[in-house]
Design a protein around this ligand. Sequence first.
Ligand code: ARG
Length: 442
Amino acid sequence: MQAINASIGFDRKMWRQDIEGSLAHAAMLAHVGIISAEDEAAIRRGMAEIAQRIEAGGMEWDERLEDIHTHVEAALVALIGDAGKRLHTGRSRNDQVALDVRLWVRDAIDGLSGQITDVMRALVARAEEHAGTVMPGFTHLQPAQPVTFGHHMLAYVEMLSRDLSRFRDARARLNECPLGAAALAGTGFPVDRHMTAKALGFDGPTRNSLDSVASRDFAAEFLFACAMCATHLSRFAEEIVIWTNPYFGFVKLSDAFTTGSSIMPQKRNPDAAELVRGKTGRIFGALMGLLTVQKGLALTYFKDMQEDKEGIFDAAESLTLNLAAIAGMVRDMQPDAARLEAAAGAGFSTATDLADWLVRELKMPFRDAHHVTGRLVQKAEAKGCDLAGLSLAEMQAEEARITDAIYGVLTVQASVASRTSFGGTAPENVRRAAAEWREKLG
Ligand code: ARG
């Protein structure tokens, strides 16, 4: 029973939140006259000592005491006696744990939000540096059209800004205080739930005591925000794996983010990126786990809910590592501009520019232009050259009205410079967007 029942092995991570909640509860109990001012002072002193002891690693954790709530309370009673025994008046471990988890998740959101902002800043700096660096843009991982490296960096800034706003939304929704719901029905003591809510930085108390102790949707929402952010980082990690592969050679990572092999001396493996991708799996697992834990629960509290914590902790820790690793790699990676540009021109990547020229200059309907261009691509492929390698005569054999002005749109620089539509990849757009982000991020 002890082995399956105890949560102290993991929920002691919430000791700060548990003490913070108890101090707010004690202050409120004294304020409304349920305990004396002396009792509250003793609780305050005792809790300070317990916090010090835990911080210094001097707390003895004992499975028989089940969880962090019981440990802190037992230590308090051992220190200050009866005043400690009065702390739990008008409170249950059910509202206590609901509070602690909310506080822990709220702190995690604040920490992760700061880290996301840091990654965004790093990406924006690289985007400004490489606003005009041309690289291949892909669909289906096949060469599609030239884009700029800066534009690619800013794509992730957009994704991360939505992640940030998802965390912000989750924080706003979870920011109600369950303390005072007691076991499930509320309490007959004249507690002031608005006071504790305010003291703990909440917008107000939760409005229904049953919901307060039964609900963990705030945690599931947090885990979804983690999972979505991890997905974005994982896609970036996958690109780093591809880009650092010598066959691509788009970017180099220093030894700080690669490892060698124990047998193959030439290896530089992108382990950090691989782990960012790999850890995404456990974050998904945490989300799925918590949803599943809750799906069959009648109201209100069941011990099943104790299974909420490890997934939450693990997901937050994994995402913390992933964000730190990505921030480091974004700052570390060295794009190879010459290779990127050469790759950008391969695979007839300016074929769309050629078709657009036919539309613009010859007033050809786009579908016809697409057709003519397709034949020119076939011709170049047969000849073993790129589109600019076809002579004017060879081009005119397909479409007599083509002039040598067409060669002006076949370079990758001309291609990206022409993409000036709002949100397009043109270097001037990238510079403007990066400057806006830099301003916004401070
Ligand atoms: N360790 C418990 C948990 O994490 C605390 C709440 C215990 N409440 C109870 N009625 N047994 O959920």
